[in-house]
Design a protein around this ligand. Structure first.
Ligand code: ADP
Ligand code: MG
Length: 643
């Protein structure tokens, strides 16, 4: 409260926005007052500004821990476009690039350092961080620190150690998904001075949630698409499903396309673009479609298959109606869906010895020998691996997740990877080649000078930098690399897009891999619990859906939304009820009758009539005499007036 910083001015000056969103200002004030703060805001709620604005108000650097490299790059680009200096440190960079970035944080005037959690444990970071002038430590996706969260990452536990290296720096933890238990855990593990939670609303007042229980999902989907104008997303679980449903919609004359992780990047970008600008009306997609969707006028999001958590559901459904206009989020459920979701649990948890086998196979695939690999990263194409080893992708994904949770390795999200090279001839042979092939000598010398160690392992290289140093164009550099590769002098992996595996620990002999049975069991139970909650949401037919979601995220003060299928049904019921009561009063007002005669006169199911009569009695609007004749009580009589 005492802080007089004009944060509104900073918001306007750098971002050009006129006002803060709900809760942003309170969070920023709390941080500026030096309090450790846990901020809970839904996705899209504007969490980034809550650390960016206070950092701009203070001297020094803001460190941001975040696990998703794509989002990290996005933020860095955005800040740079605002003329704010920001750097990113993650496993896709070469050692040299990391060195330079961290140096700039010590000596340069970098304002934001984005860092992937698995990098926190490296010596190079620990040594430098102590020399940085840090004003704020922001922890994005803070639920990753909790075992109870749905995406636990042990590397997040290192943040507490980093805090010890920079005491007196407040921490701001951010997440869109924390149950009460996870929230407690976050504050404890980040060693908050005192508990301090600021929670925004999870209600989306223009989003109408609905669940449809159907036998024929296609028919229902078609009905929704024909009833709701504008563009939308249909989420399915599997790639084949995406293709099939899109084909069905196209057959029905709807401009639909599909999107999943198996498509080449250029293709994906092109399809997303066509949908964003409205040429494609409906995108049928797996959950790979999500990152970087910035389309405000999505009118509907239909889930053709069930998610395995309400976290995912809320996030995916929430892509509808960003512009504030009425939009629809519909979940389609068929009778055997629940059983199907439950069977996923077994796939997600391969037996322990299978996990170990997969670990061994991955290490061999990546050519990492026992004892090697510590803190190194490797491009990992999971589809190539699975095809080669004939293992189901989902199983490998699950095994990787479990290995990650036990601290052995980290699988990053997909990223732009630099080109990599390694010499496959000895130094002596290379010398001979240089003498023989005079035209290549200058190029080879440049590489050797810039990158040592290329004789023993794959090294990330920067083709632009090589071009600058050597004086060749980038095209020429790439061409020369290809030639060296054809001559079998080097192995060359051109730049590509793929996830990476980072080894938090050196490769261990397979028998030494230890997966704690308690954590394994706990994770399985938690997955079960999450699916259960999803199932509850799907089968619920009494509670407002929006409120149910808010409750799940710990936002317990929410009110009924009035626009979900449950609220609408309730309102409709109320209206028919009122109409029935009016009718009964009119009937009995002209002539008293027994309940039997009354029900016969009104017709249909007698039960609603019996219920309504009972209620009207309680309200004093009807009276029954000794012979069982019911009559309407005149309202002036009831009010004690004289006839
Ligand atoms: P989150 O991290 O909570 O999912 P982001 O920080 O990415 O959300 O913000 C989502 C979007 O909202 C961004 O495009 C951001 O520029 C915009 N935004 C955030 N705060 C404001 C504000 N006060 N006024 C206008 N736009 C805002
Ligand atoms: Mg964010």
């Amino acid at each position: 409260m005492t802080d007089g910083t004009d944060i509104g001015k900073i918001l306007k000056r750098y971002w050009g926005f006129d006002s803060f969103r709900p809760m942003q200002e309170r969070i920023i004030r709390s941080v500026l007052d030096g309090h450790d703060t846990l901020a809970l805001l839904p996705t899209g709620g504007g969490k980034s500004l809550t650390y960016q604005v206070p950092a701009m108000a203070r001297e020094g650097l803001c460190i941001v821990v975040t696990p998703l490299i794509a989002l990290m790059k996005d933020q860095v680009d955005r800040l740079r476009s605002l003329n704010i200096r920001a750097v990113a440190v993650h496993s896709g960079l070469s050692q040299r690039q990391i060195d330079i970035a961290l140096d700039n944080c010590v000596y340069g005037d970098v304002k934001f350092l984005y860092i992937a959690p698995e990098r926190l444990g490296t010596d190079i970071f620990r040594l430098r961080v102590q020399r940085m002038n840090v004003c704020l430590l922001a922890v994005d996706e803070a639920h990753c620190i909790s075992q109870w969260g749905y995406d636990f990452r042990p590397s997040y536990l290192r943040i507490a150690e980093i805090r010890k290296l920079i005491p007196d720096v407040p921490v701001l933890a951010l997440t869109a998904s924390a149950t009460a238990r996870v929230a407690e855990d976050i504050m404890e593990r980040l060693e908050f001075g005192s508990p301090n939670i600021l929670r925004g609303s999870f209600a989306r007042s223009n989003l109408s949630y609905a669940v449809r229980h159907v036998e024929d999902k296609n028919e229902q989907l078609l009905r929704i698409i024909n009833n709701v104008p504008g563009s939308g997303i249909v989420y399915v679980r599997l790639r084949e499903g995406a293709e099939k449903v899109a084909a069905f919609l196209r057959d029905e004359g709807i401009e639909a396309d599909y999107y999943h992780g198996g498509l080449p990047n250029a293709e994906r970008a092109q399809r997303q673009e066509a949908w964003t600008c409205g040429r494609t009306r409906v995108m049928v997609a797996t959950n790979a479609f999500g990152m970087g969707i910035d389309k405000p006028d999505v009118r509907f999001v239909v889930h053709y298959t069930m998610c395995d958590s309400l976290e995912s559901y809320y996030q995916e459904a929430g892509r509808a109606g960003r512009d504030g206009r009425r939009s629809y989020a519909v979940l389609l459920v068929s009778p055997d869906d629940l059983q199907r979701v439950n069977s996923r649990i077994d796939n997600e948890f391969p037996p322990l010895d299978q996990i170990k086998q997969i670990y061994e196979k991955i290490c061999s695939y990546l050519c990492v020998a026992i004892g090697d690999g510590l803190q190194s990263s490797f491009v990992f194409n999971i589809h190539d691996f699975c095809a080669r080893e004939h293992i189901y992708t989902g199983k490998v994904q699950s095994a990787l997740k479990i290995l990650q949770q036990n601290g052995y390795l980290t699988l990053t999200d997909e990223m732009e990877n630099p080109a990599r090279i390694m010499f496959c001839v000895s130094r002596d042979d290379l010398y001979k080649i240089r003498v023989e092939r005079n035209d290549l000598d200058h190029f080879l010398r440049t590489i050797l000078r810039m990158y040592n160690g290329v004789f023993t392992e794959f090294r990330a290289i920067d083709e632009n930098e090589i071009a600058t140093v050597s004086g060749y164009t980038v095209e020429k550099v790439k061409e020369l690399f290809k030639r060296l590769w054809q001559m079998r002098i080097i192995r060359y992996i051109p730049s590509n897009r793929s996830p990476m595996i980072f080894f938090d620990e050196e490769r261990l002999p397979t028998e030494d891999i230890y997966i704690a049975p308690e954590t394994y069991r706990l994770r399985k139970e938690m997955l079960h619990e999450r699916i259960e909650k999803m199932a509850e949401y799907a089968s619920n037919d009494v509670e407002c859906r929006s409120r149910m979601l808010s409750d799940y995220f710990g936002d317990t003060g929410a009110e009924d939304c009035g626009i979900c299928d449950i609220c609408l049904a309730r309102r409709k019921r109320k209206r028919t009820d009122e109409a029935l009561c009016e009718r009964i009063c009119t009937e009995l007002g002209s002539r008293p009758a027994t309940i039997r005669d009354l029900a016969a006169k009104i017709g249909g199911d007698p039960q609603p009539v019996i219920d309504a009569v009972q209620r009207l009695h309680e309200e004093g609007r009807l009276a029954t005499d000794a012979s069982g004749l019911i009559s309407a009580v005149r309202q002036d009589e009831k009010n004690g007036g004289h006839a």
